[in-house]
Design a protein around this ligand. Structure first.
Ligand SMILES: Cc1ncc(COP(=O)(O)O)c(C=O)c1O
Length: 361
């Protein structure tokens, strides 16, 4: 069996052809492909506006600058890629790490306990972890009741509708639902936020090239956007295939005594990741040893995520001792299994068989 990674892109000839066409065209950047890609994203997400940017981290950076003031406190999750909370720091604001709930995403009830006690909290940066859509009703309630900003980091949930939140961001890194190689996007219904973010993307200039704020070059090229346009036409298909794979893993591990899915199968998840929890107390080997055993069998699994607040840099600025019992328990048990549209049934069967053999040993 060839090596099976936990995630990878799905590129076909139509993707390659549109990129070649764009390379032969007059505009490699700031051309029509950018607008076309952005239109596809705001239509898909039911949002009024979209700004494409050079990666998901840039999307978070610009959003944080547009939403936050210096020293604002922002509730966020330890269970994400570093960029979610780094963006809060880029804006001079202060992440406050909140424990996770049983589906791996930020516990919005604990968020409310903090909001009740502390009026200096100005925002929540929440992540639809693994692709499971965040509780929109609860986010709307918190936004209105406590007058805070909500950013949804939907890097794992490409195409999810924007409902009540101020901003939703996406990433088009190759392991995500669609790819532009590197790329990201911000969607919003707020015209002022849109205009500010659009200007920040282009050095802080307005349409007449007057610089009114300190911005960046976070533009996404026409070459990347052309690939994105082609990939967008397959997004539904990609999500359905991921859900099929998830359902099969789910049905296999549902009643097992050592391994279980992070949450029962739900069509409310776009399954960027399929996370399982393994009870290592019942096994004679550790998580690291299991990861190595799988690697020897040509299966790549991953851990999502080492808690951000426990990273060395975060320790150096005073984080790491937050009370997060669910996250502590989760990180001892979680593993992300291979899931991507091009994973074949044979490959998935091989992953399942190998894993069960190792666990039943
Ligand atoms: C939850 C989350 N947020 C943000 C990012 C950053 O996206 P990018 O890698 O495109 O900068 C990622 C990607 O790894 C992610 O998984």
């Amino acid at each position: 069996m060839n090596f099976i990674p936990y995630g990878k892109q799905s590129i076909s000839d139509d993707d390659i052809n549109i990129v070649i066409e764009t390379l032969k065209s007059d505009f490699l950047t700031t051309g029509l492909k950018v607008n076309e890609f952005e239109q596809k994203i705001y239509e898909k997400t039911n949002a009024k506006y979209c700004v494409s940017v050079s990666n998901g981290t840039a999307a978070l950076h610009l959003s944080a600058i547009a939403l936050l003031e210096k020293n604002d406190k922002v509730l966020t999750t330890p269970n994400s890629f570093l960029a979610t909370s780094n963006a809060i720091l880029y804006a001079g604001a202060k992440p406050v790490f909140i424990d996770i709930c049983s589906d791996g995403s930020i516990d919005l009830n604990i968020c409310e306990e903090h909001l009740k006690k502390d009026s200096s909290i100005k925002a929540i940066f929440a992540v639809s972890f693994s692709g499971k859509i965040l509780n929109q009703e609860k986010l709307k309630y918190l936004k209105n009741k406590y007058n805070i900003k909500i950013l949804e980091d939907n890097a794992h949930t490409m195409g999810v509708k924007l409902t009540h939140s101020d901003i939703s961001i996406f990433s088009f890194h190759p392991v995500k639902h669609i790819t532009t190689a590197e790329g990201g996007a911000i969607v919003t219904n707020d015209k002022k936020l849109y205009e500010k973010i659009k200007s920040l993307r282009n050095h802080g200039q307005d349409d007449k090239h007057n610089m009114t704020m300190l911005g960046f070059n976070y533009r996404l090229s026409d070459i990347n956007c052309a690939l994105g346009i082609s990939q967008m036409s397959k997004l539904e298909k990609f999500i359905i295939r991921r859900q099929e794979i998830a359902q099969k893993y789910n049905d296999t591990f549902d009643n097992h005594k050592v391994i279980k899915p992070l949450y029962p199968y739900t069509p409310n998840s776009y399954y960027h990741l399929f996370v399982v929890l393994i009870d290592f107390n019942k096994l004679t080997f550790s998580k690291e040893e299991l990861i190595n055993k799988l690697r020897i069998k040509n299966i790549g699994v991953q851990v999502h995520y080492k808690p951000i607040n426990k990273q060395k840099y975060y320790n150096s600025i005073g984080y790491g001792n937050e009370y997060t019992p669910n996250m502590d328990n989760y990180i001892n048990r979680c593993i992300s299994l291979p899931i991507y549209p091009l994973l074949t049934n044979n490959e998935q069967d091989y992953v399942i068989k190998t894993l069960l053999e190792l666990l039943n040993d």
